[in-house]
Design a protein around this ligand. Sequence first.
Ligand code: 5AD
Ligand code: SF4
Length: 437
Amino acid sequence: MKKSYFIETYGCQMNVHDTEKISGILNGLGYAPAEDEKSADLVLLNTCSVREKAAQKVFTRLGQLKKLKIGKPGMTIGVCGCLAQQEGDLFFKNRPYVDVVFGPRNVGELPSILSQLESERHQLLALSGPRQEPTFEVDTILRDSEFKAYITIMEGCDKFCTFCVVPFLRGREVSRDPHSILLEARKLADNGYVELCLLGQNVNSYRYEDFDFADLLCSLHEIPGIKRIRYTSPHPTDINQKVMNLYAELPKLCPNLHLPLQAGSNDVLSKMKRDYTREMFLSKVEYLKEVRPEIALSTDIIVGFPGETEADFLYTLDVVRTVEFASIFSFKYSPRKFTAALKMEDEVPECEKSERLQRLQNLQKEIQLRLNQSLVGTTQEILVENHAKKGEGELSGRTPCNRIVNFPGPESLRGSFVPVHIESAHPNSLNGTAATQ
Ligand code: 5AD
Ligand code: SF4
C-alpha cells in the first residue's frame, strides 16, 4: 500500500509554495496525500517564525501530534520551514516523537532525507547554511490551483530590517536563472495556467547578471496564454522608476501591488532600518497612481515597535488615510531572536499595542468599505477560482486588482474569465452577477 502524507502550512506564500514543492517530491516518491493527520504515515509542519504567535501554534500542534503518535507508533513527524531553521535540533530536545527537522533550503534533499530515515530511523537534522543555494527547480510541483501558479524567482533577504528574523533563516539573496524561470512559466502556460505570481522574500531586488526584475516582467509578459502577472513581496526602496513605468506599459501586469509600509513615522522607519522615509513612500504611491489610476495597493504595518510614541503612531494613521490601501495586514510588534530590535529599549506596553492595532484596523475597515462601494455598478473581469465559502452555486474569483468577488454560476466556469456586474460591497469582498448570463 502507498504511504500517505499530510502537510500543515503556516505563514507566507513562500511557505505555501514550498508545501507545493514538497508535495510534488513526495508524490514522485510514491506517497499519496492523506485526508488528515490521523490517516497519514508522514505528517509535516511547514512552519513560520516571523511572529511569536505563529511559532507558538507549532509547539501546541506538536503536543497534539505526540498524543496521536502514541496510538500510531509507525507514524513519522517532521518539522520544516523557518522555525525549523531557527530552532534546529532544539525540536528534538524532550520531543523523542519528532523524527526529522529540515530547513527551507533543504527541500530538494527530501528524497535522501526520507531514505535515511527509513534505514536508520532516528532524529535526523538537515539544515543548510545561509549561503547554500536554494532549490529553485523541482521537477514535479503539486500546485493547489490549475489556473494560478506561484513561481519562485529569488530566495533570501539582504536588507536586515531590525524587526525581521527572515534574513537569518532564509539566508542571503539568490536570484534564479531567468532561463529556468521562463521555461517553467512557458510550461505552465502550455498546461493551461493563466496567472503567475512571482515569489521572493524581496522579490524586486531580483537580478541575474545584467537581467533585472523589470526585464523579467517584460519577458514573462511575452508568453502567450499568460493573462495576469502578480508578484510578492517587494521592498518599497527597490520599486524603481523602471518597474513603476511598466504599470503603464504591460497590460498583463495586474494593477495590484503589495507595498509594505511597516510604519508612517520617519523616526520609527529609521529605527527599523527601512531605508526610506514617509515622503519617499508617498511619492512612489503618487507616481504609481498616476501611471495606473486603478491600482490597488496593499501593505503590512507593525504597531508598537520599540520606542513608538502616540505621535509616531498618528503618522502611520495619516499615511493609511492618504494612501487608501485596498487592504492591510497589521501586526503587533513581536520581539524575535537574532534581530537588532530585540535589544532596543522603550518597549511599548501590550495594552497600548492592542489599542493601536484596533484603531488602525477600524480606520482601515472604513476605507476598505468605501473603496469597495465605489466599485458597485462597474463590471469587473473575474478569474473564477472555486466555490464561494457561503452557498451552493456561488462562485468566487478575483478582479485584476485582486479583490474577491462572489457571484452565482455553474462549476464549469472555474478557470475562465467572466465579466461580473458588481452589485454590493463588503469590507473584504464584493457580490455581483455574471454580465453575460
Ligand atoms: N513583529 C511583528 N510583525 C513582523 N513582521 C515581520 N517581523 C515582525 C515582527 N518581529 C511583519 C512585517 C512583514 C510581515 C511579513 O510580517 O510587517 O512585512
Ligand atoms: Fe524582513 Fe525586511 Fe527582508 Fe522583508 S525586507 S524579509 S521585512 S528583513
